[in-house]
Write a protein that binds this ligand. Structure first.
Ligand SMILES: Cc1ncc(C[n+]2csc(CCOP(=O)(O)OP(=O)(O)O)c2C)c(N)n1
Ligand SMILES: [Mg+2]
Length: 542
């Protein structure tokens, strides 16, 4: 069968299986797919998005998939590329999607088998290129008979969605396409066939948790509201990362310092939701062999770095709290409040708090490095829709993810990123002139390089020049004209004017550059640790 017929059937079955968003990048080998997806878009079967750079296209799809999660309808997102290096450019986003369990269907155009390994132009080994990062992979030969396509696509989409496996993530569909690549006629898709019915995996029976055990609840990235619900139901302290979806009452703000100061010394049990990655005190807590560590989450990719988990369960059902549980929670709340009064936040923490408090209904995409860490140190409990690529915590693709989130939600989105994170993905601010403009505001916390490295072991060294050149790596780039070149409005503010700058509604593309003085960060953290130690000494021990 012709490349055009194969592409049309493939698009039909992807749409039938529930694909509603498709990100395409331009190319020749993928032309039959572009024509077929364009027709499906016109027919209202799905929505296409066109991005020039495949690395950005992959992360744009990550943002669309995250939008699906926020809306509670996690349909798979397809990404379509031409052959060759275009495919490899998807790899960072594929890894992020794998580690964040996001459903992507990567459709990569390839030469027919007879041209592979012959030196044919733009032809490389695409089969298996994503190795263990994909949940399933299929190499469709050119001319594949369409009858069997429905079953293959249903199987791939079910694997992407984790329908049967409880293990969502990316899948790879490599497609051989033989000339002619331009369709001989136009296609007007009719009614959409129904999906193959694939029965979802069964619901786990929640583990009943007895009251009266000193328990802390840890909510890592992507935990969702279940962590806050468990903490509220059990009467337990809640240590929730800003992108957990659970940093709401009764979540604590200064839990890192309280952990370091030993407030959890007498804990007996910890419940872990999501993927915690942000802080060493939490890692240390989750590595304690003396605790009962219960990991909550039905995915086979549960987080247990130290290998000390005593149980991995699909859900928990706390019994009603006793007076002892209430007293334990109150102790943490009091320590958190007392510490909050004593602290003098560093400039980046102050900016983070302002951003969190200004968020309201606006989704916040949080960059890796100090942006997310400052929020973790400073954000009070509030129902902010914050997301981040914490699967692998890269500083790549953050702006593309934010643009994809805005497209997926159809709402204005704000991103907050460090200066290097901004520059790493600045190309993703580019937009095809035929593409709709997003309402996207990027707040750049500009501390002239990778401020995080000053907080790590390398920052204390005597050789300042070595540190600057190999770790901090400040860039000789002027953000203002760069932003303007992409059509973004640019403003530069000090931390004092940030709240006023955030008050304006988000329309079109804008960049707010915040000058951050990071000089005293190490001293500020040391002062926090001293205050926390004093507070923990004062609160009555259990
Ligand atoms: C793709 C990728 N490359 C390198 C790193 C290592 N890395 C972590 S943080 C960081 C610096 C980030 O600097 P910036 O965005 O300015 O944030 P700041 O540390 O100043 O808050 C780097 C290079 C990474 N996480 N991801
Ligand atoms: Mg920086």
């Amino acid at each position: 069968m012709s490349a055009t017929a194969l592409a049309r059937e493939l698009v039909t079955q992807l749409a039938a299986a529930g694909v509603r968003d498709v990100v395409l990048s331009p190319g020749s080998r993928s032309a039959p797919l572009a024509y077929a997806f364009a027709a499906a878009d016109s027919a209202g079967w799905l929505r296409t998005h066109v991005r020039l750079d495949e690395r950005g296209a992959g992360f744009f799809a990550v943002g669309l998939a995250r939008a699906g999660l926020l809306r509670g309808e996690a349909g798979p997102v397809a990404v379509v590329t031409t052959s060759g290096t275009a495919v490899a450019n998807l790899h960072p986003a594929v890894l992020e999607a794998s580690h964040s369990s996001l459903p992507l269907v990567l459709v990569t155009a390839d030469r027919p088998h007879e041209l592979r390994g012959t030196g044919a132009n733009q032809t490389t080994a695409q089969v298996g290129i994503f190795a263990g990062a994909v949940r399933a992979a299929l190499d469709l030969p050119a001319g594949f008979a369409p009858a069997a396509l429905r079953g293959h696509v249903a199987r791939l989409v079910a694997a992407a969605g984790g329908t049967v496996s409880n293990d969502p993530g990316p899948v790879h569909l490599n497609v051989g396409l033989r000339e002619p690549l331009a369709p001989p006629d136009s296609w007007a898709p009719g009614s959409l066939p129904g999906p193959v019915r694939v029965e979802p995996a069964g619901q786990a029976v929640p583990l009943v948790l007895s009251a009266g055990r000193r328990t802390v609840v840890v909510a890592g990235d992507g935990a969702g509201p279940a962590a806050a619900a468990a903490a509220a139901a059990g009467g337990w302290p809640l240590l929730a990362e800003p992108t957990s979806g659970s940093r709401v009452t009764p979540a604590l703000t200064h839990y890192q310092a309280l952990l370091t100061a030993g407030l959890a010394a007498s804990a007996e049990r910890v419940l872990v939701f999501g993927h915690p990655t942000l802080s060493r005190p939490v890692s240390a807590l989750l590595a304690r062999p003396d605790l009962e560590v219960v990991v909550v989450g039905a995915s086979p990719r549960w987080t247990d770095v130290a290998g000390v988990a005593t149980a991995v369960v699909g859900g928990v059902s706390p019994t009603a709290p006793t007076t002892a549980d209430r007293a334990w929670q109150a102790l943490w709340q009091r320590a958190d409040a007392e510490l909050g009064v004593l602290l003098d936040p560093s400039p980046i923490e102050r900016a983070a708090r302002i951003l969190w408090e200004a968020a309201g209904d606006t989704p916040l995409v949080v960059g890796s490095s100090n942006a997310v860490r400052a929020l973790d140190l400073a954000a009070p409990a509030a129902p902010v829709r914050a997301v981040a690529n914490r699967g692998l915590a890269g500083i790549d693709g953050t702006l593309a993810t934010a643009a994809g989130l805005a497209a997926g939600l159809g709402e204005p989105v704000r991103a907050v990123v460090g200066d290097l994170t901004f520059l790493h993905d600045v190309g993703s601010l580019a937009r095809g002139v035929a593409e709709p403009a997003a309402d996207l505001q990027v707040v750049v916390l500009n501390d002239a390089g990778g401020g995080i490295f000053a907080m790590l072991e390398y920052g204390g060294g005597a050789d300042r020049e070595l540190f600057r050149r190999y770790f901090a790596t400040p860039q000789a780039v002027d953000v203002a004209p760069l932003a303007k070149a992409f059509g973004a409005r640019h403003t530069r503010v000090g931390a004092r004017d940030l709240a006023a700058a955030l008050a304006a509604p988000i329309r079109g593309l804008s960049v707010i550059e915040v000058a951050i003085d990071a000089r005293d960060l190490v001293a500020s953290r040391a002062a926090t640790a001293r205050h926390a130690a004093a507070v923990v000494r004062r609160v009555p021990s259990q």
